[in-house]
Write a protein that binds this ligand. Structure first.
Ligand code: ANZ
Ligand code: ZN
Length: 589
């Protein structure tokens, strides 16, 4: 009424009740009007809604209400990304069970969201920590395993000795665990992985079709996948290695710079470096030091370049009689390319820093346009731009790309020890997704280890593998591993005593398919109902924080492909339109 003050305390609850009673935001799967799926990234139930949530959900709500007013059948669901470490820490610090802590937070935050009057279909609410959700995740994990998309292998991991868990490279900051601050150790562990690299090329090329995604996010994903076209070059050792090795193979994207090569360097974990270290205590000490530093790209990029001269030399492929020294260097990663490089200091900053430190030769071979070959020199800044080749014999005068081709063709045509000296190669930076976590509050990996039968999936009719309620959190390490009985089971194949897998899944797995589950959260038999999921997906408008620009979105794109390969969905890309917002905005307009 005119003149009457708007009173949210009475008006909001009144209308919210009317909306709820009339189920006006409930969406039917048999509605035949055009569909519109709007989704904001679901929250972690940390305790209270914060302003970032309010902004995010308000934006989605505006879109949902607008599309509903335009006559669309709008799907706008909400749920909880409910597994994760904070619940376990609460258990340790406050002696409250992670489930109790989580469900209480969910209840509280649901109340807060409801008070906002968002146009959400609460009938579709899911919580990833609920067995009704994770049982389906376990089923898909087994499907992925059968399809070769989930596998177990030994890998070197960053181990946090205080939190007793594996850390992602991104969680190691200056060599320390991001939470505990403890010095991270390198440890060999058998871990579960998802084979995201099976889709490297596809995940890259499909970015071109995501024309309703911010360019910035697409670029970040492109860089993360990191496709490189290069050449593997086999350098001959001037004298045989300790185990009779005759060659060292490097990966290079700049074979054009071969005449500027002044050293070859191995990763500290390269097999040849390891063999050499066995009889050389000084080298072994250097390798230990490198391992302690950690293997994350960020660490390697900022750390001081250090190396160890092995005393061996390799022959230059083109210059008769010329050899260059073979080093072990801390900046060469073992899990990229071949774990060995040739260094061209004049045209690579890292190589230049290294060469200056150890007094190695610096020979420029790419001349910037207009520069004088007689005087052009590289001091402390490498020249990484275009130009024409010089100091390079048969390559002189060629552009960088032509020189690449010429070198590649020539080395492909030559043989060393019966194999081509050069092989064209495409490499990706993207690595398979290590999902094993040694934690309690996560989705149990539904596998059983038998001494006789190996790794055996839990039979589907025995799913879900439930978390035991009576876990104890009073000592470090994985409560599932400590539990007196949980892990002892009979092998599903031979019936003999076997062990349950005690690792749980990275919580990023939970959030990699929730958007599909929302399309039919009532299906008890399967993760998805194909008629529903194929009708509702892709999400037409996804809204989330920029901090998820790489991992969450990439994992979801991979997971959707893996679900397609195992028959759970019929499409590749989960999110047609993406809007990212910074939780904190720095710019002023
Ligand atoms: C010689 C060279 C000369 C290089 C030059 C660069 C510039 P992207 O683009 O990321 O694929 N490299 C190869 N394997 C490596 C490893 N395991 N660890 C660290 N560095 C490695 O980078 C490819 C370049 O990174 C390769 O090309 C190699 O150095 C180096 F003027 O070869 B280059
Ligand atoms: Zn068995």
């Amino acid at each position: 009424m005119a003149g009457e003050r708007y009173n949210p305390r009475t008006t909001e609850p009144k209308w919210q009740k009317i909306w709820a009673d009339g189920q006006v935001f409930a969406t039917r799967n048999d509605d035949t009007r055009p569909k519109y799926y709007v989704l904001e990234m679901f929250p972690y139930p940390s305790g209270r809604i914060h302003m970032g949530h309010v902004r995010n959900y308000t934006m989605g709500d505006v879109v949902a209400r607008y599309k509903r007013a335009k006559g669309f059948s709008v799907l706008h669901p909400m749920g909880w990304d409910a597994f994760g470490l904070p619940a376990e820490n609460a258990a340790i610090e406050k002696k409250v069970h992670p489930a109790k802590w989580t469900y209480e937070n969910i209840d509280y935050m649901r109340g807060q969201l409801k008070a906002m009057g968002l146009s959400l279909d609460w009938a579709r609410e899911v919580a990833t920590c609920h067995p009704d959700y994770y049982r389906h995740q376990q089923k898909m994990f087994i499907d992925f395993f059968d399809a070769g998309l989930a596998y177990r292998r030994t890998s070197k991991v960053n181990w946090d000795p205080v939190d007793h868990t594996v850390l992602a490279n991104e969680q190691v900051i200056d060599g320390r665990g991001w939470r505990s601050g403890a010095l991270v150790e390198q440890k060999e562990l058998v871990q579960w992985n998802l084979r995201i690299t099976a889709f490297s090329d596809e995940l890259l090329t499909a970015l071109d079709g995501l024309d309703r995604w911010p360019d910035k996010v697409r670029l970040m994903q492109r860089n993360w996948i990191g496709k490189s076209q290069g050449l593997e070059v086999r350098f001959e050792l001037a004298s045989p290695g300790p185990a009779g090795e005759t060659t060292v193979t490097v990966f290079t994207t700049r074979p054009d710079t071969l005449y500027g090569a002044s050293f070859v360097a191995l990763s500290p974990d390269h097999p040849l470096a390891k063999t050499l270290g066995e009889t050389n205590p000084e080298l072994a000490a250097f390798q230990d030091k490198c391992r302690r530093m950690g293997t994350s790209v960020a660490v390697l990029e900022t750390a001081e370049k250090e190396g160890f001269d092995t005393g061996l030399r390799v022959k230059h492929p083109f210059v008769e009689g010329k050899t260059v020294p073979l080093w072990v260097a801390n900046f060469v990663l073992m899990d990229y390319g071949t774990g060995a490089i040739f260094g061209c200091p004049a045209h690579d900053q890292r190589d230049l820093d290294f060469a200056r430190k150890y007094g190695l030769e610096v020979t420029p071979v790419v001349l910037p346009t207009g520069a004088d070959p007689a005087t052009f020199a590289v001091d402390d800044v490498a020249y990484v731009g275009e130009g024409s080749l010089f100091n390079s014999d048969f390559l002189d005068g060629l552009g960088v790309d032509d020189a690449f081709e010429t070198v590649a063709t020539r080395l492909e045509g030559r043989t060393v020890d019966g194999a081509p000296q050069g092989v064209r190669k495409i490499n990706f930076r993207l690595r398979d997704w290590l999902i094993s976590r040694q934690r309690y509050w996560g989705c149990p990996i539904p596998m059983i280890h038998c001494d006789d039968c190996g790794t055996v999936p839990v039979p589907v009719e025995q799913l879900p593998v439930l978390l035991p309620d009576d876990a104890s959190f009073d000592k470090p390490g994985n409560p599932l591993d400590h539990h007196p009985t949980w892990k002892h089971v009979a092998c599903p194949k031979c019936g003999r005593p076997a062990r349950r897998e005690t690792d749980t899944m990275d919580t990023f797995v939970d959030s990699s398919w929730y958007f599909a589950r929302f399309t039919d959260p009532w299906n008890r038999e399967a993760p998805t109902t194909r008629t529903a999921v194929d009708r509702w997906l892709p999400v037409d408008q996804y809204i989330g924080g920029i901090e998820h620009a790489i991992l969450h979105l990439l994992y979801s794109r991979f997971f959707t492909r893996a679900m397609k390969a195992t028959g759970h969905v019929g499409l590749d890309e989960p999110f047609a339109g993406l809007f990212t917002q910074g939780m904190v905005v720095h710019e002023t307009y």
